[in-house]
Design a protein around this ligand. Sequence first.
Ligand SMILES: [Fe+2]
Length: 305
Amino acid sequence: MDLRPLAPDFGAEVLGATLIDVTERDDAYAFVRAAFEEHSVLLFRNQQISDELQAAYSRRFGELEIAKVASLGEGTPFSILTNVDRATGALVAPDHKEALRARANQLWHTDSSFKAQPALASVLSARTIPPSGGETEFASQRSAWARLPEDMRARIADLCVWHDYAHSRGQIAPHLASERERNAMPPVCWRIRWRNPVNGRDALYLASHAYAIEGMPREEGYALIRELIAHVTDPAHTYLHRWQAGDVVMWDNRATMHRGRPWPDNLHARLMKRTTISASDADGVAATRAPCSGETVGRVLQAAG
Ligand SMILES: [Fe+2]
């Protein structure tokens, strides 16, 4: 088993171990788990992927999330990203909910930061790949933390950030997050810094779902959030993954941001399936949970008008 770097700052291709090996062998799991903690994004090429294998591999790392309400995979461990209408088999129109979701997915984000139980990792497999575009781009929030000037790190180290699914969706279309989704996923607050319990390295923890900073005027907080996202996603430090048939990519949601890239979705189908592994206290959840009250949420949202 070996690793090959994907980018200067982070990411590695796993060589000599398949998803089946990790599922069946403790030594392969230990190798890949250590690589995951260290490199944040892992690539496996030429996998014989199936739903069963993807779920079994993912379960090695922890409990699986059940896909969120009102999503295609609701009630299953699979989040399904597609522009193909299930009923008709045709490509969806540009104003279809799944087309808008794809656009929301093209904002820099980290999966499930808006949930009460955040995500350790996501595992994404390519099932139908368009001939051009549709890449997934990654940025390291760990390398971004280390690249921040010392005085900035000191200034923000103890801040807490509010995350809301409705906020990121609202950037695409005002009512993209339905009332049912809003009710199921109220805003949550996390510390701005997630310390990896294995290696002690810090990462920024914020992205498209982040909309306010606790104790800071709304505009000022949001300006800081935007400034930090721009810092994290500096094009000189990102990794663009161009999908090939058989690729599976896994990433650490505690230490990276990602975004889908556009493709000619009026011409070509794209189907991706994601499993998401919940983070546990052993992965640093309790230490990252912010000491913010429910009352503050109301105030922050009111301030937003
Ligand atoms: Fe995502």
